[in-house]
Design a protein around this ligand. Sequence first.
Ligand code: ZN
Length: 150
Amino acid sequence: MASEVLKLTAQIVISHASMSELTPNELVEEIKDVYNLLASLEGGEVMAGAALPGEKARGAEVVKKPSVPLNEIVKEKYVLCLECGKKMRTLKAHLRKAHHLAPAEYYRRYGLEPKKFPLVCKEYSEQRRKLAKEKGLGERGFRRKAKEKA
Ligand SMILES: [Zn+2]
């Protein structure tokens, strides 16, 4: 992979150097810059000593690193919003209202797997599963059961 990036770097720098006068120093700097840019775009390692803060920041925006451990996000009684740290029973409406994020965007932003990190707390999804099961037994059976409970 690195060699591909190097080849591309050379091509870009050569074509640029042919259009403008570059001192040897500028040439070296340009090679580093172009190489790092290409490498960071490809997700590879950046050459040491020539960090590009702007590029780094942009790269960081693509997938944010959650500020909490991933096993702390979905709990029995709440789900944690990674955008603002709020704890809710369900996040879907909150994400849309507070952060204008669709669930898919939210997952992409943090590089989360939707299957592993539902937007509802465990208790809530458990309740819904039970409800669906009871409904599956028939509407009458479900009502009778609810009456017995009351
Ligand atoms: Zn939030």
